[in-house]
Design a protein around this ligand. Structure first.
Ligand code: AMP
Ligand code: MG
Length: 327
């Protein structure tokens, strides 16, 4: 049954995956309105609920095993739905096991370091899921579309030649390979929005007062560079989808569908890791049995010796009376 579920999830996300080495041309290769044949939003919402429960279970095991970490990188154009995706997909997960990091225009301190430094500082630990709301990929996206960002990084001439983007792709791939080899799996999601849907969402941000804060005039300036961003995204997807950290292009025109996809890709990765609760040694178990006897001896008069064990055995065998301490 569990294998069947894993197989269905793998099947569902296959069309979103960028096969390593494939040359992507976003506009021709991925449809932002794709819904995998799911006609009703209601069906999608139900699927997401199942996905969220599955994630919660795997996250508990990931934390208990404390061996692997997972880094989710979320990239999108403005209004692509990154915030809502995080909110919905992680809604069932213990907040202690997740940390979200948002990356904005780099600070003076961040610009004083190599370009991967600020991302390395925010990596998840073992047992954790880290979410990058924007990620190191901004370094080959916004920085590429607006080269003045590169000037601010004060690189030596030798690091600024025409091959700077190919070099960054290689460095990013190498960094991710290193992380994967050391137990950190990387999930890369690009929320792929159409230009028309972005227009509609911008208008909504202007029309609804409670959403005004989400809109910035800079968003319209970036929209004017739509084709440049499409090119930068296509090249990024072609160059950095690797065997160890493939990209998934998530159709983002239907928010509910984007969330189902994001949950499915993350679930797929966790299923592959297959984290297990640690099992203690026989010797430790014998020690635990001894402690249990001591705790049972401390039961107040008339109380169940071990209320939890009593409730379990009651559940299994009807009304069996729990062992009680004599009054
Ligand atoms: P928001 O996510 O809407 O709060 O906006 C964050 C802004 O920071 C966006 O306009 C990004 O393009 C910008 N940003 C993020 N990372 C970088 C970077 N490495 N260099 C320059 N700008 C960046
Ligand atoms: Mg913004």
């Amino acid at each position: 049954m569990a294998d069947d579920r894993a197989e269905r999830i793998a099947e569902f996300i296959r069309p979103l995956r960028v096969e390593p080495g494939r040359k992507v041309h976003l506009a021709d290769d991925f449809d932002p309105g794709y819904k995998a044949g799911i006609r009703k939003k209601k069906e999608g919402v139900e699927l997401l609920r199942t996905g969220v429960e599955l994630l919660a279970d795997y996250q508990r095991r990931l934390a208990a095993q404390d061996t692997y970490g997972v880094l989710v990188c979320l990239q999108a154009l403005d209004a692509g739905g990154k915030d809502g995706t995080i909110r919905h997909v992680m809604s069932g997960v213990n907040p202690q096991g997740v940390q979200v990091s948002s990356f904005k225009v780099p600070s003076t301190e961040e610009l004083d370091h190599d370009y991967l430094w600020r991302y390395a500082c925010r990596l998840p630990g073992r047992g954790e899921i880290g979410i990058f709301n924007r990620s190191h990929y901004e370094e080959v996206l916004v920085v590429r579309v607006h080269p003045e960002n590169l000037d601010r990084q004060r690189l030596p001439d030798s690091a600024r030649g025409p091959d700077v983007w190919d070099r960054r792709y290689r460095e990013i791939n190498d960094w991710e390979h290193y992380l994967t080899d050391n137990g950190f799996r990387i999930v890369k999601l690009f929320l792929n929005l159409s230009k028309e849907e972005q227009r509609i969402r911008f208008l909504k941000r202007i029309d609804v007062p409670e959403r005004n804060w989400k809109f910035s005039p800079a968003d319209v300036r970036e929209r004017a560079r739509w084709d440049d961003y499409q090119r930068a995204f296509s090249q990024m997807l072609s160059a950095t989808s690797t065997k160890w950290a493939p990209w998934y292009v998530v159709p983002a025109d239907h928010k509910w569908f984007a969330r189902v996809c994001a949950a499915a890709v993350l679930a797929h990765t966790l299923i592959e890791i297959n984290p297990q609760y640690p099992r203690v040694s026989d010797e430790t178990r014998r020690g635990l049995a001894e402690v249990r006897r001591e705790l049972e001896r401390e039961a107040p008069k008339g109380a169940a010796l071990d209320p939890y064990a009593a409730s379990v055995s009651k559940g299994e065998s009807g009304n069996r009376k729990p062992r009680r301490r004599a009054p």
